[in-house]
Design a protein around this ligand. Structure first.
Ligand code: PGA
Length: 248
């Protein structure tokens, strides 16, 4: 059986000390699940202390970004090898904040996805349309272009997770309805099937992200093609993250 994934993207929140306190409490309170994986993605400065705490627990450690070069004169960047060595197993690639604030293109994201996978970690590729693109009925075109360009030159889906995150739903409190999300998830699965074959479409995880909260998690996870969630704001508070992890 394929496991679902509940991932917390902390963005630029929590100092190392705050991260440690949070993860100690998370470890103490979280139940044991056989059917779902749990992932936390703290800022870079918290990765080392959080990694120590997560040793021998089922909770996985993720990073929010990576640079695609092996090493070199790239001031301010962090390599895949550096992340792997401190215990990171997943990297978020192409989050909409990276695309829109830091001008990352599909071509840059493609390199990051490739580097992450070739270093032996899982790449969580984020895709999603902006509000005006949805209103112009361009959602499927945008998603298709992002998926195709970001996965260019990749020949299988091993080490790959895709997160559908409509930009208009991120941090706005306005989530896509379960039906709106399901429609796009199904489209992405069909696209994966076309690109990599039907068994890849069955095994790949497609996450939903954008204002996931305790109030909407159960309905979202009840959708056939939603295999997990990428949670921002609601992953920063223990109570709400625990309730999301404990979706029914
Ligand atoms: P949000 O963020 O849950 O705060 O909307 C989701 C994300 O950016 O991954």
């Amino acid at each position: 059986m394929k496991k679902s994934l509940v991932a917390g993207n902390w963005k630029m929140y929590k100092t190392p000390q705050e991260s440690v306190t949070f993860v100690q409490e998370l470890k103490r309170s979280v139940k044991n699940y056989e059917d779902r994986d749990i992932l936390v993605c703290p800022p870079f400065t918290s990765l080392v202390p959080v990694s120590e705490l997560l040793k021998d627990t089922p909770i996985k450690l993720g990073a929010q970004n990576v640079y695609f070069e092996e090493e070199g004169a790239f001031t301010g960047e962090v390599s895949a090898k550096m992340l792997k060595e401190v215990g990171v197993s997943c990297v978020i690639c192409g989050h909409s904040e990276r695309r829109n604030i830091f001008m990352e293109t599909n071509e840059i994201i493609n390199k990051k996805v490739k580097k992450t996978i070739s270093t032996g970690m899982t790449a969580i590729l984020c895709v999603g349309e902006k509000l005006e693109e949805r209103e112009d009925e361009k959602t499927f075109d945008i998603i298709e272009t992002q998926v195709q360009r970001c996965l260019d030159g990749i020949d299988n889906t091993e080490g790959l997770v895709i997160a559908y995150e409509p930009v208009w739903a991120i941090g706005t409190g306005k989530n896509a309805t379960p039906e709106q999300a399901e429609e796009v998830h199904l489209f992405i699965k069909e696209l994966v099937s076309k690109l990599f074959g039907s068994s890849s479409a069955e095994s790949i995880l497609i996450l939903y992200g954008g204002s996931v909260k305790p109030e909407n998690i159960d309905l979202l996870m009840a959708q056939k093609d939603i295999d997990g969630v990428l949670v921002g704001g609601a992953s920063l508070k223990l109570d709400s993250f625990l309730r999301i992890i404990d979706y029914r």
